[in-house]
Design a protein around this ligand. Structure first.
Ligand code: PEP
Ligand code: MN
Length: 339
C-alpha cells in the first residue's frame, strides 16, 4: 500500500503513521520524491484491509494499493526517475550517460592502470573489472580476489574513476564493499536471493544484471529484494538473454529498455559486450541502446584482447573503444543526453 500524506501534514502526523504501520506488522519505506511525502507499507498483502484504516489518520491524504508484485521498484510508488549517486562527481540516471569500461577480469596492475587511463581519456566515467569471477568451468581462471580489489583501488586513486566489480556470494560481500563503489550482481546470481538480501543491507549502490533466462518481471522482483532490505541505490542492466539464436553469444533484448523505463524509476544500463559476445557488434548495439533510452553502458575493454584470461573475443581495444565513444556522442546528442 502507498500512503500519501497531505501537503500540510506535520512531522508528528508522519511519525504517527510510521508508528501505526509498524504496529500493524508492516515495514514502512519513506519514498523520497520531490513533491509529496509518500510512505510505502510493505509486507503481507493479506492485511490490506487493516492498512486501509490508516486513511482516517490525521494528515493522511489517501491510501492506495500497489497493484504490481514489485512495489518499491515500481513507478506506481515513485513516479520520478531515480538518480543514483556513485561519487561526488558521478551519478547514474540523470541527463549524463554513464559509461563503465574495463576488462572482464583484473589480471595485473599494469593491465588495469593502462586500461583505466585509456578509457578515462576516451570519456568513460566508471572503471569495471572482475576480481571474483563466476566461471562456467571450475578449471577456468577464478579471478585475483582481494589482490584484484587492491589493484582496482589503486586504479581509482590514479584516475579518480569509481569502480564497479562483482560480488559472487554473501560471505565475501563485505570484503568487496570495502573496495568497490558499485557492487555488481552477475547474471548467474540474479536470483540468488540470499545474496540479494545481503547487498540490500549494505550501503553501496548495486548494479543488478538480468539473469540469462529471466523475464523483466523477475528482474524487477530481484531488484525488489534489494530495495526491501533498505538499499534504494539499484541500477538495472540488460546484458542479453538466452534464445535459440547462436550467431551471437546472447540475444540483447533492447526492447527491455523502454519496458523497464516505463515500469520502474530505477536507472537502466546495457552491456552489449556480453549481449553479443563479439567485439564487432559492440559499438552498433551500444548506439542502439542509447537510442532506446538507456542511462548508461557497460563495455569490456582490454589492452590485449587476444591474451585476455576471459572474454577476449568480445573486448574492445582501447583504440576501438575511443572510436566508439566518438560516435556515441552523436547518438547521445540526438537522444538529448550528454556523455
Ligand atoms: C561480467 O560482467 O564480466 C560478467 C560476468 O557478466 P554477466 O554476469 O552478465 O555474464
Ligand atoms: Mn566478462
Amino acid at each position: 500500500m502507498i500512503i500519501v500524506m497531505k501537503t500540510d501534514a506535520t512531522k508528528h502526523d508522519r511519525e504517527e503513521v510510521l508508528k501505526r504501520i509498524r504496529e500493524l506488522g508492516y515495514k514502512p519505506h519513506v519514498i523520497h520524491g520531490t513533491t509529496r511525502y509518500v510512505i510505502g507499507a510493505i509486507g503481507d498483502e493479506r492485511g490490506k484491509l487493516v492498512l486501509s484504516s490508516i486513511e482516517s489518520m490525521h494528515g493522511v491524504e489517501n491510501v492506495v494499493p500497489i497493484l504490481k508484485p514489485y512495489k518499491l521498484t515500481s513507478r506506481e510508488v515513485k513516479k520520478e526517475q531515480s538518480i543514483i549517486k556513485i561519487s561526488d562527481t558521478v551519478s547514474i540516471g540523470g541527463k549524463k550517460i554513464s559509461v563503465m569500461a574495463g576488462p572482464c577480469a583484473v589480471e595485473s596492475e599494469e593491465q588495469i592502470i593502462a586500461t583505466a587511463k585509456a578509457v578515462k581519456d576516451a570519456g568513460a566515467n566508471i572503471l569495471r573489472g572482475g576480481a571474483f569471477k563466476p566461471r562456467t568451468s571450475p578449471y577456468a581462471f577464478q579471478g585475483m580476489k582481494e589482490e584484484g580489489l587492491k589493484i582496482l583501488a589503486k586504479a581509482r586513486e590514479a584516475t579518480g574513476l569509481p569502480i564497479v566489480t562483482e560480488v559472487v556470494n554473501p560471505e565475501t560481500a563485505d570484503l568487496v564493499a570495502g573496495y568497490a563503489d558499485i557492487l555488481q550482481i552477475g547474471t548467474r546470481n540474479a536470483q540468488n536471493f540470499e545474496l540479494l538480501k545481503k547487498v540490500g543491507q549494505l550501503n553501496k549502490p548495486v548494479l543488478l544484471k538480468r539473469g540469462m533466462s529471466m523475464t523483466i518481471q523477475e528482474l524487477l522482483m530481484s531488484a525488489e529484494y534489494i530495495l526491501s532490505e533498505g538499499n534504494q541505490a539499484v541500477i538495472l542492466c540488460e546484458r542479453g538473454i538466452r534464445t535459440f539464436e547462436t550467431a551471437t553469444r546472447n540475444t540483447l533484448d533492447l526492447s527491455a529498455i523502454p519496458v523497464l523505463k516505463s515500469k520502474t524509476h530505477l536507472p537502466v544500463i546495457v552491456d552489449p559486450s556480453h549481449g553479443t559476445g563479439n567485439y564487432k557488434y559492440v559499438a552498433p548495439m551500444a548506439f542502439a541502446a542509447i537510442a532506446a533510452g538507456a542511462d548508461g553502458l557497460m563495455i569490456e575493454v582490454h589492452p590485449d584482447p587476444e591474451n585476455a584470461t576471459s572474454d577476449g573475443p568480445q573486448s574492445l581495444t582501447p583504440k576501438n573503444f575511443a572510436k566508439m565513444m566518438e560516435k556515441l556522442r552523436l547518438y547521445a546528442e540526438v537522444s538529448d543526453r550528454v556523455i
